[in-house]
Design a protein around this ligand. Structure first.
Ligand SMILES: NC(=O)c1ccc[n+]([C@@H]2O[C@H](COP(=O)([O-])OP(=O)(O)OC[C@H]3O[C@@H](n4cnc5c(N)ncnc54)[C@H](OP(=O)(O)O)[C@@H]3O)[C@@H](O)[C@H]2O)c1
Length: 131
């Protein structure tokens, strides 16, 4: 296993997934599936590298105030958006604490909800979309 002699030379990798990594997301089906891949891959890789000087964290933000929805052509109103600065701060705090998964703000609570319940909640939410 690759190990650096100088413990100060720690390498932190942050992969950006999404809360959408946790459940199937209709109308963003490929996006959600690719984020599920990023989360699974990051968690497994972090375990494989546990004795090395490299840590892998996976950032899983919820809805964030960026150009994302505009770029995706999604005009549906979002109830609450987290600021990009808050998400970035959570990412930096998380990576220095070698967190495997980083759920900014209250998103950690959502990550604890059983998948079957999340699937129903998301189905109800997207049923209101104007497609
Ligand atoms: N915003 C959210 O609600 C949200 C929630 C969860 C996860 N995320 C994730 O956060 C990450 C950043 O998204 P964002 O919210 O910042 O969206 P964004 O405002 O749309 O920004 C996307 C960024 O990706 C760059 N990009 C797009 N296609 C690229 C390509 N083929 N090669 C290189 N760069 C490319 C864009 O560069 P240009 O400006 O040069 O085009 C832009 O800087 C994404 O992985 C997204 O899935 C976002």
């Amino acid at each position: 296993m690759y190990q650096l002699k100088n413990p100060q030379s720690f390498i932190h990798i942050v992969n950006v997934a999404s809360l959408a990594a946790l459940y199937p997301l209709p109308y963003y089906s490929v996006y959600g599936a690719s984020k599920a891949f990023v989360l699974s891959f990051s968690e497994a890789l972090n375990y494989e590298l546990r004795h090395s000087a490299i840590s892998v964290s996976c950032l899983c933000p919820g809805d964030t105030n960026t150009n994302f929805f505009y770029n995706a052509g999604n005009t549906n109103k979002k109830k609450s958006l987290m600021s990009a600065e808050r998400v970035a701060k959570a990412a930096v705090d998380g990576l220095y604490n070698k967190k495997t998964t980083i759920f900014p703000g209250s998103m950690k609570l959502i990550s604890k909800i059983p998948r079957a319940v999340l699937k129903k909640v998301i189905a109800m939410r997207v049923s209101k979309y104007k497609i």
